[in-house]
Write a protein that binds this ligand. Structure first.
Ligand SMILES: [Zn+2]
Length: 296
């Protein structure tokens, strides 16, 4: 069984991004510099900085193509049985993902926090849980709320009783190439250190460090690999980095994730096939996530 623990339906970057989910087979960008990074298995390349702005633009185009039909096609192509799909309110809400889940039960929705209605978070999570929420996603950069912010603590405390995983974006990164849109993101809120008090405060919550921290993966290893309630997804991590993550976290706490459509599913799959033996692969591709999500 293969579970992609970190994917997106809907355009998380713009208001009402959930409205694109049923747009069918929207084409992915044809000219796509992200493919250069993908073909190199996410290893750094010369001239990377020149490519970054261009890559950011194709990131926007990929995000607009995060439809249910495109995800279905990618899952079928690469043999992925389940995807965990991440809400990022206000752009993509749990309601958007719940509607998709009702059409395709292999897409498992994570809920998100509506920070404008934090006073109702208990009621929201109770309803979401009753509607098959499989976890909680936090996106400090796009939601403009740091992981160490008391509002994040309040949300995680409200979600903790459900004993489901909390996946947070980790790693400083930019999303918007256009200067006029920079205000829509707070890149520094992706700092790994912000997660320290959150994780310390909730030792009984299973946290998934999104993208294993991107370029901050060494800090993720140093700070969190000794904590049994911390997991990592391998999206955007090279084979060499995945080897280090496996050595530090152990096979039980490393999870296949692509961050589709920002990353293609087969890239991380191939990297894991390259660095894992058969027993490790079973755990990392499916068993670990199945246990976290409570599916069999
Ligand atoms: Zn994400």
């Amino acid at each position: 069984m293969i579970i992609d623990i970190h994917t997106h339906l809907g355009d998380v970057l713009y208001p009402a991004g959930g409205s694109i989910i049923e747009n069918g087979r929207t084409p992915m960008p044809l000219v796509d510099p992200l493919k250069i990074f993908e073909q190199r298995g996410w290893r750094g390349i010369r001239g990377q900085r020149l490519l970054e702005k261009w890559a950011m633009r194709t990131g926007l185009a990929r995000s607009r193509a995060a439809t249910r039909a495109n995800m279905r096609a990618a899952m079928d192509k690469y043999g992925v049985d389940y995807t965990a799909v991440m809400a990022v309110p206000p752009a993509v809400t749990f309601a958007d993902l719940h509607a998709a889940h009702q059409k395709d039960q292999t897409m498992l929705p994570f809920t998100g926090v509506d920070y404008t209605r934090l006073n109702c978070v208990d009621e929201q999570f109770s309803a979401d849980h009753a509607n098959n929420a499989y976890g909680l996603k936090l996106h400090p950069i796009l939601q403009h709320v740091r992981l160490c912010d008391p509002r994040t603590f309040a949300a995680v405390e409200a979600f903790a009783p459900y004993r489901l995983p909390v996946l947070f974006h980790a790693g400083v990164c930019e999303y918007y190439p256009d200067p006029a849109e920079k205000q829509f993101a707070s890149p520094q809120f992706g700092a790994i250190e912000d997660a320290i008090p959150l994780i310390q405060n909730f030792p009984h919550v299973n946290f998934i460090v999104g993208h294993a921290g991107l370029d901050g993966f060494h800090a993720v290893i140093d700070l969190f690999s000794h904590l049994p309630n911390v997991y990592v997804d391998v999206s955007f991590q090279s084979a060499e980095n995945v080897r280090q993550l496996l050595a530090a976290f152990g096979t039980e706490r490393v999870l296949f994730g692509s961050d589709w459509p920002w990353g293609q599913m087969d890239v991380s799959l191939k990297i894991l096939e390259q660095v894992c033996d058969a027993a490790q692969l079973r755990r990392v591709l499916g068993e670990n996530s199945a246990e976290l999500l409570g599916i069999s």
